[in-house]
Each structure stands twice: as C-alpha cells, then as structure tokens.
Design a protein around this ligand. Sequence first.
Ligand SMILES: Cc1ncc(COP(=O)(O)O)c(C=O)c1O
Length: 361
Amino acid sequence: MSRVSPRPEIAALPPSVHGGLDHGELARLTIHPDDVLDFSVNRNPFGPPPSVRAVWEGVSLERYPDRECLALRSALAERHGCGMAQVWVGNGAAELIWLLALTYLSTGDPMLVVTPTFGEYAAAGRVMGARSKMFVARQRDDFYPDLDALVIRMKKLRPRLTFLCNPNNPTGVYLEREVVKALLAANPSGLLVLDEAYAPFVENGWDSTPLLRSGRLVALRSMTKDYALAGLRLGYLLAAEGIVGAVRRVQPPWSVNVIAQAAGLAALGNDAYLQDTLAQTRAAAVELARELAALGLQVRPSATHFFLVKAGDAAATRSKLLRRGILVRDCTSFGLPAFVRIAARRPEENQRLVAAWRELM
Ligand SMILES: Cc1ncc(COP(=O)(O)O)c(C=O)c1O
C-alpha cells in the first residue's frame, strides 16, 4: 500500500497550544467543565452584550451567508472612519493571520515575529515554508523589545511580513504610536501586521487607523475578546484596499457564518455595554494583580487585563490550580516555563483564584 505523505512543512509542524478548557483533560480528571473558572482565555469576563442574544431569532439559517459581510463591514468602516474597501472580516482574527500568510508568503520568504507572542503567526509562516525569524523581547527588559536592534533586524532581513502584537499576548507590553511608526518605516518592502486583538482593553490606547495610509500596515482586530464571541468566531482586518483585495481572494467562501455576522452588527450597536464592562474588567485586573502580589507572587506589569505571574514551575502550578477548579495559562509554549498568564474575571471570581493560590503556598 503506498502512503501519501503530507507536505514536509506540515509534518514538521508542532501542535498548536492555546488557553481554554481541554475537555479531554477534564474528562480524565473527572472535572465537569462547568465547575472550572477559566482565567486562561483573555476575553471580556462579562460576556457578550445582551443585544447579541436576540439575533438568533431573526437569522435565516437556510440561506448562505453574505460572502462579503457587507452590512458588518459598513458598520466597521463607520466605526473606524475608513472606507469599506479597507475592511475585511474573517472567522476570527486567527483565520485572517493564516490568510495573510497564504497571500503574502512563498517558500523561503523572510518573515519576522516579535516574541514571546501568540503562536499562530509562526505556525502560519511555517506552513507556507517561509523563512521565519524570531526577534525576542527579553525578560530582563520587562519583555519590551530592544527597538534599535529590532529596526536593524528589519532593515537587514526585509521581511515580507512582520507580526507585532500590541498589546502583546502574553506579556501585556503596549508599544506607543511613535514606536510602531518607526517599525513601519524600517522596512519599506514588507507589511507590518499589527495584531490589536486586545487593544480595546487598554485604557487610553492610540488609534492605528491613520497609519493605514502608509499602505503597509495591516491592523488585526478580534471581536471574540472585547465582545466575548469566542464561540461564534469573528475578527476583521483594516488595511489598504489592495491588501484587502488580495486577502479576500484566498478566503474560503462563506467563512463567516450568518449568526456571527448578525451578532457582530448587534454588538457594535451596544457601545455603552462595551465601555462599561471593559472599565470594570480593567479595575478588576488591577485589584487582582494587587492581591496576588500581596501573596508574595511576582506579578508583571501589563497594559491590559491579563498579566504574567512568576510561578516557578508553570505546568505544576496550572495542574494544582486545575484540581481546585481554576484554570490558568501555562506559558511554557511561549518559551516562558516559569510563568502563568492570568486574565482577570469578575471581582467575585477573582477572589476564588486568590483563595486557591493561597492554598498552594
Ligand atoms: C493576539 C491574538 N490574536 C488573535 C487571536 C485569535 O483571535 P480570534 O478568536 O478572533 O481568532 C488571539 C487568540 O487568543 C490572540 O491572542
């Protein structure tokens, strides 16, 4: 029997690791998913806006979704003050990361990822056979990238795509506008993909849309974090028309389902809920960080509602907390085996995390 092998890039691909419940693991531990408080995913802990729940009724399930997401793109364009032709919607920001790799990377093309960061950028590059390079922001610099060195690296490597997550997952480091402008200027021959999945969680963040004029910035947004629509899958990118025109060609048809499109529209219409819950989440994160530090733990500063905590052995800490019904993100897959990442939840839920951790000490 002859065997057909997958492409070598696929065979060499490590499994992707993410936060969230591992249902197989919970079944082995005989823990019911409903009994776990999940601090390992970075979403709005107050859930989706109430208006989103109502959309099911009005949605026609027998029709194909609008492949161009016209209504949602029009609302997003209005929100960001740009043209509809500069907006494209995906089945989560994750799909758009993969589509960008598919659109812009061929075998051997240079690409750069500022790490430690979200693993999908490197995975997508590997699948395309790109020459994927990492620029490491060091722990001793509080995970803030050495900008002079990064600019030099970009000038030398001239990556087709540079992935920069801002604020960064998992470190919470947030780069200012001038820094991103300098990075954009450093490499006229490639695109800078600025993943702003967590930007809405930053207090007084800056607006990257004016930088779209450069023609080389792709801003990625997720609606699964701020609007808590992880189960529905919804994200979008903002970029120059030419970039949008290229990415849309490689997207599988009907990728964004009818419910996700309707939910996205309903969510955008409920700004007060978003602003209110994000403010509460930020306040809860500050308080949680303070209480964990008071236990003697080393808590890293963060511009957003999730932060790194030094745990010694992250895998062991995760599993001890899980037995107490608390899930945190072991950061070993980010190359940080001494850290766990915690995303603040509601104040009363955060108290359960503090109590469980106190028991470990
Ligand atoms: C930085 C970053 N970008 C993108 C994503 C994917 O977001 P989505 O759920 O919209 O696919 C994640 C998910 O964890 C993330 O952390």
